[in-house]
Design a protein around this ligand. Structure first.
Ligand SMILES: [Zn+2]
Length: 449
């Protein structure tokens, strides 16, 4: 989880390991409107799920006159106002009961729609799906997603992510996806670690839960989407598919500065060359030029996850390169192992004659899409990644373009609680570990496999 808006933080990489409930960056403009949802609300859980309603706080947390200081979510009327297009999975980094308390404290400026308990999969709903929980650290994603917290700790995930928890979360995701028409793929069913920052400056503060020990292959199988070949073996589009228990990885908890036990993982390390002696890949927004990626569990730029798709850039004996943040990233794929699975689907590539395509962390309107008398337009700025000619990336799904403006708790400003649709179409792109968005008229969406 994170706050609604998080801007311009200058945290060091070590702070990037701070997870869902860790201290948060400055809240730039908390806001919302209307009346709090009533207790006793019927939940949006599937009928057979053990699920209660425990409302998150919707209260001011500063001077009474300061209508912008409030928590912990924004009232909305989704999907009528803003389409629900994504589901974001988290872990709490707190115990279950403490998590509920945090979401009931409006000073925390954080919430999620659902929280799932580790030991028995018991679920509580805290924010109506019609409303926008503040969970993803990206106000665009918050406007268009449902957030689900799993009780647990990313670096100890294997102990916390229980079979009953996986089953509850999967039942909930299947139910929500059916209700809102959300595709059951990894460009729409995201971890918090797949959510892009709204702007480059926010990259290092982005959270990376539920982390490398969440068993994505198991989870997607529970969603009815196991990884199976859907294309010929030479397909450029693949799904990364190591077997969780046969993919032990040794990472470091760089926040606590301790080595983590070598253990089953969804994460596959990425190198700059086809050699384990080569530097690990570095997300250019996380590391200065020339610095290598690290074995920190939270250094997401050098980890592709099981069930994520990728486009093969080159194959060599025992190694596969994929396009990743604008360059080739290599991982081991020994003969006879199931590291990748050929997959049919769509990829995006620059339109002919276009040098490179900018990638965004939001699909906000252009300035000209807002009314002339609107004083707080939000527009996107490019992230430091581009799609260059000759490269392609998984993606192509339509991303709703718009911005939900909700600066005060009670709609006391002009246009307060208005969804401004954008006039420019965007599509998703799996540019690296985190999702991105590109302008649809700058790319071709091509079916492959
Ligand atoms: Zn999170």
């Amino acid at each position: 989880m994170t706050t609604k808006h998080r801007i311009g933080t200058a945290l060091a990489l070590s702070a990037a390991v701070a997870l869902c409930l860790a201290p948060l960056g400055p809240v730039v403009f908390p806001g919302a409107a209307g009346a709090a949802s009533a207790a006793g609300q019927r939940t949006d859980c599937p009928f057979l799920l053990d699920c209660d309603w425990v409302p998150a706080a919707y209260q001011q947390n500063g001077a009474p006159a300061d209508k912008r200081a409030y928590g912990n979510y924004d009232i909305s009327d989704r999907p009528r106002t803003n389409e629900i297009r994504y589901i974001v999975l988290h872990d709490t980094e707190e115990r279950f009961t403490a998590t509920l308390g945090i979401f009931q404290n409006p000073a925390r400026a954080a919430s999620a729609h659902f929280v799932v308990r580790s030991r028995d999969g018991h679920t509580v709903q805290m924010v109506r799906t019609e409303d926008m929980a503040w969970h993803s650290g990206n106000s665009y994603l918050n406007a268009h997603s449902v957030g689900i917290e799993q009780e647990g700790y990313a670096t100890a995930g294997a102990r916390w992510f229980t079979p009953r928890m996986y089953r509850s979360t999967a039942a909930l995701v299947r139910h929500l996806a059916a209700e809102y028409g959300i595709p059951l793929d990894r460009q729409h069913i995201l971890g918090h670690d797949n959510v892009p920052p709204t702007a480059t400056a926010g990259t290092k503060a982005m959270h990376w839960d539920p982390g490398p020990y969440w068993d994505w292959e198991h989870f997607m199988t529970l969603l009815g989407r196991p990884t199976v070949p859907t294309a010929r073996s030479d397909s450029p589009l693949v799904t990364v598919s190591p077997v969780f228990r046969q993919n032990p990885q040794a990472f470091r908890d760089c926040e606590k500065n301790v080595d983590l036990p070598r253990q089953a993982s969804s994460a596959v390390p990425l190198y700059t060359e086809p050699s384990t002696a080569a530097p690990l890949f570095a997300d250019p927004a996380l590391h200065p030029p020339g610095e290598a990626g690290t074995d920190c569990a939270g250094d997401w730029g050098d980890k592709v996850s099981a069930t994520q798709q990728a486009v093969v850039a080159e194959r060599r004996p025992g190694w596969t390169a994929i396009w990743w943040y604008g360059r080739k990233a290599w991982f081991q794929s020994p003969e006879g192992t199931r590291t990748t699975t050929p997959t049919a689907g769509t990829v995006v590539r620059p339109k002919a004659g276009r040098g490179e395509v900018q990638v965004y962390g939001v699909a906000y309107p252009e300035a000209s899409d807002y009314p002339a008398d609107f004083t707080e337009p939000h527009t996107g700025t490019p992230l430091p990644y581009t799609i260059k000619a000759g490269q392609s990336y998984p993606g192509g799904g339509e991303a709703p373009a718009g911005y939900y403006y909700a600066p005060t708790i009670d709609s006391s400003l002009p246009y307060d609680h208005t969804y401004f649709p954008g006039g420019t179409e965007y599509v998703t792109v799996q540019i690296g570990h985190r999702l991105g968005f590109v302008k649809a008229d700058e790319v071709d969406v091509v079916q492959v496999g």
